[in-house]
Design a protein around this ligand. Structure first.
Ligand code: G3H
Ligand code: 13P
Ligand code: ZN
Ligand code: NA
Length: 281
């Protein structure tokens, strides 16, 4: 069923674990994530980014993902990932999204606060995620580079949270979109300070390439939503490559896509199991 993102954040806070947020692009990836959620019996954020919305056609892709969420046997929130402006947030609100992110991380603190507050005013009772500090890399491609924006400052994070009333905060502690060159170096001291300074669930972007033990440590320090994209997309590509030689002879499109959906669902399940493994009774 389609639920408010607030329900998912509350579930993660109550269980001291993290909810997975997966970036979807089309019918195939959407099917994979819903299947993974139903198999593991866990809620998910189905996240749409601006690249996917432009590629899939806004109305078409929203209709598809919304119906998929509504008919799922588990709780699913329809989330706008890295929303660029309050206007984009408004458009998604009108279209029936149930969870929102405004990314003002490239702005000055003052402008980030002002526009985050404006975005917050447009989402009614639904939750808004803000971002403070630079998460490097590209949201739709695999290459990862460091951001030229500094990591999240705990005191600025507290100010942004207080002055905007946002419901969750995406943090920059050395995490980046895409795959890392070598092992990522996450600043857990900084994460601990942010967790102490800020009273809302924290969000970890760029989880692809972060080792399991670091994910677990992040959850220990208040991370309650984790965004994964590239690693799971990689499994889709790898399986397509395996299937192409055979299926291109028969031109069997369903035969090409079905194993790729399965592989993606399996990859998503592994992440969800890890993110929920910190549950303490
Ligand atoms: O309400 C949100 C908290 O900051 C999340 O952290 O579950 O460790 O208290 P917590
Ligand atoms: P990765 O592609 O590194 O998993 O990052 C995903 C993300 O943060 C989407 O917002
Ligand atoms: Zn992100
Ligand atoms: Na990453």
């Amino acid at each position: 069923m389609l639920v408010s993102g607030q329900e998912l954040l509350a579930w993660a806070v109550a269980n001291k674990c993290a909810v997975a947020s997966f970036n979807t692009y089309n019918l195939e990836t959407t099917r994979a994530f819903i299947q993974a959620a139903e198999t593991t019996q866990k809620p998910i954020f189905l996240a749409l980014g601006s690249g996917a919305l432009a590629y899939g056609d806004f109305a078409t892709l929203v209709a598809l993902t919304k119906v998929a969420a509504e008919t799922a046997k588990v709780a699913v929130a329809l989330h706008i990932d890295h929303g660029e402006s309050p206007e984009v947030i408004e458009r998604c609100f009108q279209a029936g999204f149930t969870s929102f992110m405004f990314d003002g991380s490239h702005l000055s603190l003052e402008d980030n606060i002002r526009l985050t507050r404006e975005a917050k005013d447009r989402v009614g009772a639904y939750p808004l995620e803000a971002e403070l500090g630079g998460v490097g890399g590209d949201e739709d491609a695999a290459g990862s580079q460091a951001s030229d924006i500094p990591m999240t400052d705990p005191r600025e994070a507290a100010r942004l949270a207080d002055e905007t009333g946002v419901d969750s905060l995406a943090i920059a502690i050395g995490n980046a979109h895409g795959l890392y060159k070598g092992k990522p170096k996450l600043d857990f001291t900084r994460l601990e300070q942010i967790h102490h300074a800020v009273n809302i669930p924290l969000v970890l972007h760029g989880a692809s390439g972060i080792p399991d033990e670091d994910i677990t440590t992040a959850i220990t320090h208040g991370v309650r939503k984790i965004n994964v994209n590239t690693e799971i997309r990689g499994r889709f590509f790898a399986t397509l490559q395996e299937q192409l030689p055979e299926t291109s002879k028969s031109l069997n499109l369903i035969g090409l896509m079905s194993p790729a959906i399965e592989a993606m669902a399996q990859a998503a399940q592994e992440k969800m199991t890890l993110f929920a493994s910190c549950v303490r009774a």
